[in-house]
Structures are given as structure tokens and as C-alpha cells.
Ligand binder design. Structure first.
Ligand SMILES: *Cc1c(COP(=O)(O)O)cnc(C)c1O
Length: 445
């Protein structure tokens, strides 16, 4: 859709084709006026486009069907954005789901997501969580380490069941340097390394266990990966390992899970990632590798989190103070910040920020967008250009669908925002705003 705006605003909103501008200069998402949403639901407010989530899911399901061996399926990594309302959407799009804690299992199941489609991750599943997962018939456990393996076998044995597992192995790869066997990445708290021989050993031990059935291997090489080459390096290592497990243990994987990690652009200068093209590239590399080693085709899994939900979300804030420190810079403070979006504080992540009330005005006010916490690191973006806000203007931060709500906190006793889902532009409240009573209800005097 063409945007009736000029200059920098145009460049920024070109990140997304579902953002437009009303004649009054208000930002619209999927045709819904953000100032109406703010009026109805208050700020700060997370807004999610269900249509966009579904489009993102379909990029995966269509490419999987087209390029990967039969039975391959993507799983949504719930840690990116976990609340009940996401699961019916994910399920109806045909995705499986990753969970990393009993809390995520509980959330998914309470929303009607089928237990058999859950993959239970986590570098330290407690005995209680193992029992919780088994009792609720979680389809597959992704075993991280030896001690977890023994605990899982013990609990499965006591229930007289055979539990499907994947073994999480560490391929020793840094996706951002393309450094294979980078010791920094073998040195990880996640999974069991191939390079040291530990992965072979954990496979041999698992094959001896009467109550566990190994379907294959899992590995996750990182996040914000902009192309498929690191996945090809990962596949090389996994297939080489699979050839060795065939030789040593007569075991070839039925499932190879490549983890998550495709990037999304947060600012206009970030490269765009074509999921379909990248999956085609991975599949071609996989096919060549399978032929080279003479291995049977495994079902392929990937676990996208960010690339399913990040660009489907934006956060609306109300501008408070606008102050200029002469000779230094200007600050715009909003009624949220690191409590609803800790990613700048954690990683210095970049965001695209818009003055959603003045989309038709020039972006010529250089400022830093700060939150309201007593913490100088509480910022959302630095040195950005906006149409100069006045107190009460609506500020939109784009691409906040992933790792915002799921990482939110109550620091400074700030209640967590509400979350609204837009379906074909129609809003429905999916998570209520936290209240002060919510803040104190578990506390005893
Ligand atoms: C974080 C994570 C994912 C999801 O990563 P994204 O970058 O959000 O796609 C998938 N699998 C595992 C094991 C993870 O730790």
C-alpha cells in the first residue's frame, strides 16, 4: 500500500506493508487507528497482527512442504512470545511448539495445544518439570545432558512408558563468524558437544535405556541469522556425526532439528530475510550431504520464534517529558520502557520508532527514547529522529512481537501492559493489563 507521507517517515514505515497513515496523520496497523487502540485499551499497549503471524507461519509451512523431506515440520519457539492466545493461531497453522519450562507447557496446554506436538527444551529441567512433562504426555523431550538423561529414564521407567527424545548436541559453530569448531561455542551451557566425544557417549547411553526412544538430534546455533550458510555448516557437522553414529552404534537419525534463529529487520538498514529462499538453500545443501554420506532422509524440524512474531508486533506508549539538555541531547520519556522491552538494556538492540500521532510531520527532532524506570540504562532507542512529540503524543515502537512481553518485568512495580490482537484489523483484548492488586496478591503480611 502506498504511504501518503514523505522523507524519512516513509523510509521507516516501509519496513512493513501493513502500516499506513490516516489523513489526520495517525499511524494505522492493518487499517486500525493506533490512537483509537490507545484510547480503548490504554498505554503502554502491545499490539499484535494475527494476519502477519499467520503469513509468517505460512512462509515456513509452505517452504517445508515444498523443499524438505516428507513429515518435516516447523515448531514455534514459544519463548519468543508465550501467552495463551498465541497457541490456537500456531496450531491452526499446522506448527508444532517448543516449550522450555513447565510454565510454558502449562500455558500451551491450557490453551488447548496438543501435548504430543510439544518439544520440551531447557538446559536444566528440574525433576519436578520432568514429571510434569511426562504426566502431561509431552510428545518429545529434547535431552540436554547426562544427568537429565538419567533422571528422565528413571521417571519414564517408573511410569512404564517409552518417551521419545531428541539429543541436543553442540556443533561448535558461531553463526556470526562462520568459525567452525570455535571453542567459544563448544564451551556452552546448552547441549552436549560433538567435538569432545560427549555427544557420541550420550547417544550410546541413551540407546541402552529401555524407556527412551531416540528420534534424532537437535542443535541450535544462535539468533538473528541473516542467511542460510551457517545452517549449511551446521548440517555438515550433523551429517558427519550421523555417519559416525551409524558406524559406531548402527544409529541414523529419523529427525534432525536445526533450531531457530532466522533474523528479522528491526531498522530499515537491516537486510531482509526471505524465509522460503533460505529454506530452499538449506534443503539443497541437506540433499547433497545425505547423498554424499548415503544417509536416509530425516524429517527436518526448525524452531522459529522471532521470525514468526517479531514483525507482527508493535508497542504503543504515551509520551511524557520532552527535555533538551543544552549542548548534549534531547530525551523523550514514555510510560513504559525496560519493564515491557528490556532488549535495549540487555543487548543494545535497535528499534524503529514513530510518532504515531504526527505521521505527516517532518522527522527532524533528534532524541533518545527513555523509559520511566530509576535506571539510566532504561532506554528504547538512542539518537533517533521523530516529529517533535508533545506530552500526550502516541509513540510507536515497531517489531516488538518477540522477546518483549515474554521478557517483561514488574521492576519499579510497573504493571505489565495489556496485549491486543488485531484480526483483519479488528482488535480483541488477549492479555489484560496487570493491576496493582495483581502486583500484591501473592504477598503476605
Ligand atoms: C531461542 C531458541 C529458538 C528460537 O530462536 P529465534 O531466534 O527466536 O528464532 C529456537 N530453539 C532454541 C533451542 C532456542 O534456544
Amino acid at each position: 500500500m502506498p504511504l501518503p507521507v514523505i522523507g524519512r517517515i516513509m523510509e521507516k514505515t516501509m519496513l512493513y506493508d501493513n502500516l499506513t497513515v490516516s489523513p489526520r496523520g495517525h499511524l494505522l496497523m492493518d487499517g486500525a487507528d493506533t490512537s483509537e487502540l490507545a484510547k480503548e485499551f490504554g498505554t503502554p499497549l502491545y499490539v499484535l497482527s494475527e494476519n502477519r503471524i499467520r503469513e509468517n507461519c505460512r512462509k515456513y509451512t509452505e517452504a517445508f512442504r515444498k523443499y524438505f523431506p516428507e513429515g518435516s515440520v516447523p515448531a514455534y519457539a514459544g519463548k519468543a512470545l508465550c501467552f495463551r492466545g498465541i497457541y490456537p493461531i500456531i496450531e491452526s497453522e499446522g506448527l508444532y511448539a517448543d516449550v522450555v519450562s513447565a510454565g510454558e507447557i502449562y500455558t500451551a496446554l491450557s490453551a488447548g495445544f496438543p501435548a504430543e506436538k510439544l518439544f520440551f527444551h531447557g538446559s536444566n529441567k528440574t525433576d519436578e518439570e520432568i514429571r510434569f512433562g511426562l504426566d502431561r504426555h509431552v510428545g518429545t523431550f529434547v535431552v540436554d545432558n547426562f544427568s537429565e538423561l538419567r533422571a528422565l529414564e528413571r521417571e519414564a521407567a517408573s511410569r512404564g512408558i517409552t518417551q521419545d527424545v531428541l539429543l541436543r548436541v553442540t556443533v561448535g559453530l558461531d553463526p556470526h563468524t562462520l568459525d567452525a569448531i570455535n571453542t567459544g561455542k563448544v564451551d556452552s551451557q546448552f547441549g552436549t558437544p560433538i567435538e569432545t566425544g560427549a555427544a557420541m557417549e550420550i547417544l550410546l547411553q541413551t540407546l541402552q535405556m529401555k524407556h527412551l526412544r531416540v528420534l534424532g538430534f537437535h542443535s541450535h546455533i544462535g539468533s538473528q541469522i541473516f542467511d542460510f550458510k551457517p545452517f549449511c555448516d551446521q548440517i555438515d557437522i550433523l551429517l558427519d556425526f550421523s555417519a559416525k553414529t551409524r558406524e559406531k552404534a548402527g544409529f541414523t537419525p529419523q529427525v534432525l532439528n536445526l533450531g531457530g534463529g532466522f533474523a528479522v529487520p528491526y531498522v530499515e538498514s537491516d537486510p531482509k530475510v526471505d524465509i522460503g529462499e533460505n529454506i530452499a538453500g538449506i534443503a539443497a545443501h541437506l540433499q547433497a550431504g545425505l547423498e554424499k554420506y548415503g544417509l536416509p532422509a530425516p524429517r527436518i524440524m526448525m524452531e522459529p520464534g522471532r521470525s514468526i512474531v517479531a514483525d507482527a508486533g508493535l508497542t504503543l506508549y504515551t509520551a511524557g517529558g520532552v527535555k533538551t539538555i543544552e549542548g548534549y541531547r534531547s530525551y523523550v520519556t514514555v510510560d513504559g520502557g525496560m519493564t515491557d522491552n528490556p532488549r535495549y538494556a540487555l543487548y543494545k538492540s535497535s528499534y524503529t520508532v514513530l510518532n504515531a500521532s504526527r505521521m505527516n510531520e517532518r522527522s527532524d527532532f533528534m532524541c533518545t527514547l527513555a523509559g520511566r524506570c530509576c535506571e539510566s540504562g532504561d532506554r528504547i532507542a538512542e539518537n533517533i529522529l521523530l516529529p517533535k512529540p508533545e506530552r500526550g503524543d502516541l509513540i510507536a515502537v515497531l517489531t516488538t512481537g518477540a522477546y518483549n512481553y515474554s521478557m517483561a518485568s514488574n521492576y519499579n512495580r510497573i504493571p505489565r501492559p495489556a496485549l491486543v490482537i488485531l484480526k483483519d484489523g479488528k482488535p480483541r483484548l488477549s492479555v489484560k493489563r496487570e493491576t496493582f492488586e495483581d502486583l500484591v496478591k501473592r504477598e503476605m503480611l
